[in-house]
Design a protein. Structure first.
Ligand code: 4NP
Length: 156
């Protein structure tokens, strides 16, 4: 049986596409069956490819995300995904508001899955430089490995 995971940030052009790419690759290498997607809480960038700096850092790590397209999260996502994982606290608060009463999806903060980083957000690199995007990649890659371990051990 495959586990479904949706990563959510604000614009769906920087952090959550990188989390989607990293987790998909970590799961693929492990042979772990997972359905992986990403979305934004906002709609400003809907239909757009990831930020060119996000595309560049993914490519530096061997992954082409140029065909990804941003979308805004929808109510139905809460019934479609097993896990909806927020990149920062603001995204998580927004998800809790949108979710309403009943939902299949379990909500969490990405770095909650990393020992020692519980409660931390992945810093928004949008207004920064390439170095910020490298830090984002390091965060989402490490968190993807930790998330996979948690999913495999059934601790989330
Ligand atoms: P993301 O980054 O949430 O990681 O995709 C941002 C992208 C766009 C904006 C803010 C953050 N924006 O203000 O347009």
């Amino acid at each position: 049986m495959s586990v479904s995971v949706l990563f959510v940030c604000l614009g769906n052009i920087c952090r959550s596409p990188l989390a989607e790419a990293a987790f998909r690759e970590v799961a693929r290498r492990d042979g772990f069956p997972a359905l992986v997607d990403s979305a934004g809480t906002g709609n400003w960038h809907a239909g757009q490819a990831p930020d060119h700096r996000a595309q560049a850092v993914a490519l530096d790590n061997g992954i082409d995300i140029s065909a990804f397209r941003a979308r805004q999260i929808e109510k139905v996502d809460f019934g479609r995904f097993d896990h909806i994982i927020a990149l920062d606290d603001n995204n998580l608060a927004e998800l809790k508001t949108l979710r309403g009463g009943r939902s299949k999806a379990r909500l969490s903060l990405l770095l909650d899955h990393v020992p020692g980083r519980k409660g931390h957000g992945v810093k928004d690199p949008y207004y920064g430089d390439a170095e910020g995007f490298r830090a984002t990649w390091d965060d989402v890659w490490m968190a993807s490995e930790a998330l996979l371990a948690s999913l495999k051990s059934g601790t989330i």
